[in-house]
Design a protein around this ligand. Structure first.
Ligand SMILES: Cc1cc2nc3c(=O)[nH]c(=O)nc-3n(C[C@H](O)[C@H](O)[C@H](O)COP(=O)(O)OP(=O)(O)OC[C@H]3O[C@@H](n4cnc5c(N)ncnc54)[C@H](O)[C@@H]3O)c2cc1C
Length: 383
């Protein structure tokens, strides 16, 4: 039995953030990852992720303010440029399913500046966009791209530098809690610790099985695709964008290469993370290409696609909380929009497992909410 202060299960973006913050506070920390560090089977690989202030509740908008500050801290501590500000454009077509009102009210309440643009104003400013007449655009100048793989690796490096032991190819098979110590077992070893942070995303319920806890989660297999504009110049000076309707899509300007990446949000099939393909889905690619052809007609041909997992709670809100009855076992789950908060979640999860409290408002992210407890709760992911 190996004695440590804290164990982190899963070293994607969230677990790497937690390991960094726990080790930086002088705790002995072991991070256990079932695959190799930086693998592409979860949700934290590839290049770009959206960091934005525009959200549908004031609580989320306030949390984004912490996120921007903590990405800046991570850049400072790692010496790496991880955040590229490009501006963010939320597009609300006529009769759209995702209403602009909540976004407008939430940013106003928190004091985040933004512009309201008509379809004509959008095309005049960024001729690459051809939104249908009547589309409302909300432009927020701090919309940014954060680098997924490099951001995750930077947090792993800082965790390692602070003394954390990060072990890859070490799948956790069981977590049990006797009230004073938590026991974490892998195929080869057992750890006894004061507390555990579980950031296993699609595999969360497997890890929590020893505690008799099951979170209603849906895992979908998404497919970002890169397009090659014949003339990439105007795609280097455009904002990231989100199409706020159902189906919902989002995309990026050129980022590190002369292609533009885009994807459908929640467009993939429901899968078992242990029995899913990594092969591209031609139908998903075709659906996206048709959409790109209408909104960004110059975006060119699709040149490559990759697969990536979404792990969705029914209300699409995060889980940032101790397991009921197990204050020493804390779960971090990003519900397929958590990357932008990874450094912040790392701090919050370290706070919760060490003291049970945190300065951030996580009151909406506990286990005791209808989305997680009401068996008749109608999942809605378009927020
Ligand atoms: C296509 C796509 C686009 C996205 N775009 C955005 C965006 O623009 N902005 C944004 O904020 N978010 C976005 N997200 C969501 C974001 O990427 C995720 O919320 C975030 O990466 C989740 O990180 P994680 O560490 O919780 O999960 P993961 O990276 O999946 O990490 C979980 C880790 O746990 C490990 N694990 C599982 N079981 C065990 C076990 N038994 N023992 C040990 N280790 C285990 C896994 O191997 C994995 O490494 C996107 C996600 C996808 C898929």
């Amino acid at each position: 039995m190996i004695e440590v202060d804290y164990v982190v299960v899963g070293l994607g973006a969230l677990g790497s953030g937690a390991a960094w913050h726990l080790a930086a506070r002088g705790n002995s920390v072991v991070g256990l990852e079932r695959f190799e560090l930086g693998h592409a089977r979860g949700a934290s690989h590839d290049t770009s992720r959206i960091l934005r202030h525009s959200y549908h509740t004031p609580g989320y908008v306030r949390l984004t303010q912490e996120a921007y500050d903590e990405w800046a801290l991570l850049e400072q501590e790692s010496g790496e440029d991880l955040v590229t500000v490009v501006g963010g454009l939320d597009l609300f077509p006529p009769d759209c399913v995702i209403r602009p009102d909540d976004y407008i009210a939430s940013m106003r309440e928190v004091g985040i500046g933004f512009e309201e643009l008509s379809a004509e104003q959008i095309t005049a400013r960024w001729p690459v966009f051809h939104p249908p007449p009547g589309t409302l655009g909300l432009y927020q100048e701090r919309g940014a791209v954060v680098h997924a793989a490099r951001g995750t690796a930077a947090m792993q490096r800082l965790a390692d530098a602070a003394g954390a032991i990060l072990l890859e190819s070490n799948p956790v098979t069981r977590v049990t809690d006797n009230g004073s110590r938590v026991r974490v077992e892998t195929g080869g070893s057992s750890y006894s610790c004061r507390g555990v942070v579980v950031c296993a995303d699609a595999w969360t319920n497997q890890v929590l099985a020893g505690l008799g806890v099951e979170i209603p989660l849906t895992v979908t297999l998404e497919q970002p695709t890169y397009f090659a504009p014949p003339d990439p110049t105007p795609y280097q000076d455009m904002p990231l964008w989100i199409w706020m309707d159902e189906p919902s899509y989002y995309g990026f300007p050129c980022y590190g290469e002369l292609t533009v990446k885009a994807a459908q949000d929640c467009g993939g099939p429901i899968v078992d993370p242990d029995r899913r393909t990594s092969d591209p889905d031609p139908a998903m690619r075709e659906r996206l290409a048709v959409f790109m052809g209408s909104l960004l007609p110059g975006s060119g041909e699709a040149v490559r696609s990759l697969r990536c997992q979404y792990t969705l709670t029914p209300d699409r809100d995060f889980v940032l909380a101790p397991v009921p009855g197990h204050p020493s076992v804390v779960v971090g789950l990003g519900s397929a929009h958590g990357f932008k908060f990874a450094p912040t979640f790392g701090r919050i999860l370290a706070d919760l497992v060490t003291t049970g409290r945190t300065s951030s408002d996580v009151s909406a992210f506990g286990f005791d909410r209808p989305g997680l407890t009401d068996p008749d709760y109608e999942p809605h992911w378009m927020v």
